[in-house]
Ligand binder design. Structure first.
Ligand SMILES: NC(=O)C1=CN([C@@H]2O[C@H](COP(=O)(O)OP(=O)(O)OC[C@H]3O[C@@H](n4cnc5c(N)ncnc54)[C@H](OP(=O)(O)O)[C@@H]3O)[C@@H](O)[C@H]2O)C=CC1
Ligand SMILES: O=CC(=O)O
Length: 291
């Protein structure tokens, strides 16, 4: 199967290498074109523009940073819309809001193309290992056609119905994750400041009812103040912001998520946006000079 791939950041690079490893023919494009070179070493071809990739490929996948990037790649000059047409499918796996997904969907469909949103749960390592959870919605026929690629990229794919449901599901999941990360950071700091060994706290947590993969993975690196980015903090804050907007629309009061968003904003203001989202831990240190 031949696919195009737009966006070679942390996730897009891992996902497209994974597709190449499994025998897919992949044509890649990235805004910073030099990032394509490494993919060529893995067997990819390069498309000079998003339009060139769509022209060449029946299916094109995108993995871009945010709503503005997702729209720019579709609507701007040399963008996806210039070449999408009947018989071609566009699959946007970026985390965006439902409104952005719908806007892109309508534009693709107006040109005769098919559209699927398919944001993912799971970070750099699951992307490398083909263990993502795929939250797809939109054109069901396109979903069925692209399943061989989803089967390589993920451990499970959900088809959630109409466009927007994928974005909403992803935002709910990441809102919970961002709130949990803040509670976890506070717990690690409280353990340390009150004279406990935070490493022992990790062991205790891991044996109880709130044991989870995120605490297990991030706890040891957070205790070493090590925040090499798997999921950049600026993207987690974007997801909190979009989830809070979804809460506004639906009159859902979310004080915990709102507080977590403030902590991520604080972290961004401290220049931590490009570090892993677990670097929100540093905001507690920055705030705590009172004693
Ligand atoms: N990292 C993770 O753990 C996960 C991330 N996600 C989501 O996946 C998406 C990608 O994340 P990730 O790979 O980590 O992000 P990165 O920041 O590593 O990569 C972002 C990508 O978007 C491109 N981009 C940004 N702005 C524009 C623009 N205006 N026009 C065209 N391209 C643009 C970048 O291009 P350039 O190289 O030129 O900057 C790069 O290819 C995000 O929506 C994120 O929320 C979802 C699950 C997990
Ligand atoms: O969006 C991030 C993730 O880990 O999932």
């Amino acid at each position: 199967m031949e696919v195009g791939f737009l966006g070679l950041g942390i996730m897009g690079k891992a996902m497209s290498i994974n597709l190449l490893r499994h025998g897919f023919k992949v044509t890649v494009w990235n805004r910073t074109l030099s990032k394509c070179d490494e993919l060529v070493e893995h067997g990819a071809s390069i498309g000079e523009t998003p339009a060139a990739v769509v022209k060449k490929c029946k299916y094109t996948i995108a993995m871009l940073s945010d709503p503005s990037a997702a729209q720019s790649v579709v609507f701007d000059k040399d963008g996806v819309l210039e070449q999408i047409s009947s018989g071609k499918g566009y699959i946007d796996m970026s985390t965006v809001d439902a409104e952005t997904a719908s806007k892109i969907s309508e534009a693709i469909k107006a040109k005769g193309g098919d559209f699927l949103e398919a944001p993912v749960s799971g970070s750099k390592k699951p992307a490398e290992d083909g263990q993502l959870v795929i939250l797809a919605a939109g054109d069901k026929a396109l979903y069925d056609e692209i399943l061989p690629a989803f089967d390589v990229l993920g451990k499970k794919s959900f088809y959630l119905g109409e466009v927007g449901n994928g974005a909403k599901m992803k935002l709910v999941v990441n809102m919970i994750m961002g709130s949990m990360m803040n509670a976890f950071s506070e717990g690690l700091t409280l353990a340390e400041r009150s004279g406990l060994n935070p490493g022992t706290l990790l062991d205790v947590l891991d044996l109880g009812a709130i044991s989870n993969g995120m605490f297990k993975l991030k706890g040891p690196t957070m205790l070493k103040n090590s925040y090499s980015p798997a999921f950049p903090l600026k993207h987690q804050q974007k997801d909190m912001r979009l989830a809070l907007a979804l809460g506004d629309e639906n009159a859902v009061s979310m004080p915990v998520a709102a507080a977590a968003n403030e902590a991520f904003k604080k972290a961004r203001s401290l220049g931590l946006g490009d570090l892993d989202f677990s670097a929100v831990h540093e905001t507690l240190k920055a705030l705590d000079h009172s004693t």
